[in-house]
Design a protein around this ligand. Structure first.
Ligand SMILES: Nc1ncnc2c1ncn2[C@@H]1O[C@H](COP(=O)(O)OP(=O)(O)OP(=O)(O)O)[C@@H](O)[C@H]1O
Length: 246
């Protein structure tokens, strides 16, 4: 089953074209890295996928639902972790997640069960009753990912989720989210850091609003599947005047 389908999507800010005929899909059980340098159009794409902005050009389907025609059904199937933290530091982890569960119509026992399950998936179960203020940056981020899972979405979007974290926290979060994909989620992970990408991952390279490449990281790295091959491939694709065709 296809989790996320983006077909021929374009978007303009006035005269500036931020996305130009973007098409790709992410199936259930896949970890897809959306790789692009600053200004590539990642945030614009995320804004369209979460319906913060809308476009008349192209089609977006989430869990089979067209976001323009059936926005409620489409958005109910998506979990989002934005770049900026949006936590109440003075509440406990559980209170933060309970509030969010309520926004999705979950309360009482079903909310508590969904929260426990989401926290367990991120290795955060034992921190449920701690104040967010007492958590380190990595644990706060894991809590935000758990929060995005409370309503049991089919697709998880993460916009550069490891920004500002130390190496160990980045590794832990990257590993947790790869595991979520292995368990069946479709994951779209925006990044410009090659060491967050594993050989079997799908990689969509976005540059100046266009998809330059869509395939597995291993293939992109020239069959080597290591980070150095990937970094070189990305550089040669996105360096000025050296773009390669999709
Ligand atoms: N509100 C806006 N008005 C005009 N142009 C914009 C606006 N937001 C983004 N842009 C332009 O659209 C293009 C895509 O920007 P976007 O923020 O989507 O890229 P990005 O890949 O998320 O970059 P970054 O990693 O720096 O956040 C850029 O050229 C940017 O300058």
């Amino acid at each position: 089953m296809t989790g996320l389908e983006v077909s021929h999507v374009s978007y303009r800010y006035g005269a500036r074209k931020a996305l130009d005929d973007v098409s790709f899909s992410v199936e259930a059980g896949r970890f897809c890295a959306l790789f692009g340098p600053n200004g590539a159009g990642k945030s614009t794409l995320f804004a369209l996928l979460t319906r913060l902005i809308v476009t008349g050009e192209g089609r977006i389907r989430i869990g089979g639902f067209d976001i323009a025609r059936t926005p409620r059904a489409a958005l109910a199937r998506i979990g989002v972790v934005f770049q900026q933290q949006t936590l109440d530091l003075d509440m406990t982890v559980r209170r933060n997640l309970t509030y969010f569960a309520g926004l999705h119509g979950l309360s009482g026992r079903s909310a508590a069960e969904a929260i426990d399950a989401a926290l367990a998936q991120l290795g955060m179960a034992e921190r449920a009753d701690e104040q967010v203020r007492a958590l380190n940056g990595g644990h706060r981020r894991r809590m935000e990912i758990a929060r995005a899972l409370v309503h049991r979405p089919e697709i998880l979007l993460l916009d550069e989720p490891t920004v500002g974290l130390d190496a160990a926290s980045r590794q832990a979060i990257t590993d947790h989210v790869h595991l979520l994909a292995e368990r069946g989620l479709a994951v779209l992970w925006a990044t410009h850091l090659v060491d967050e990408i594993q050989a079997a991952d799908q990689v969509v390279v976005l540059h100046r609003g266009k998809v330059l490449s869509n395939g597995t990281a291993g293939d992109l790295a020239g069959g080597q599947g290591d980070v150095r091959g990937l970094a070189k491939a990305f550089l040669s694709m996105t360096a000025e005047g050296r773009e390669v065709p999709a």
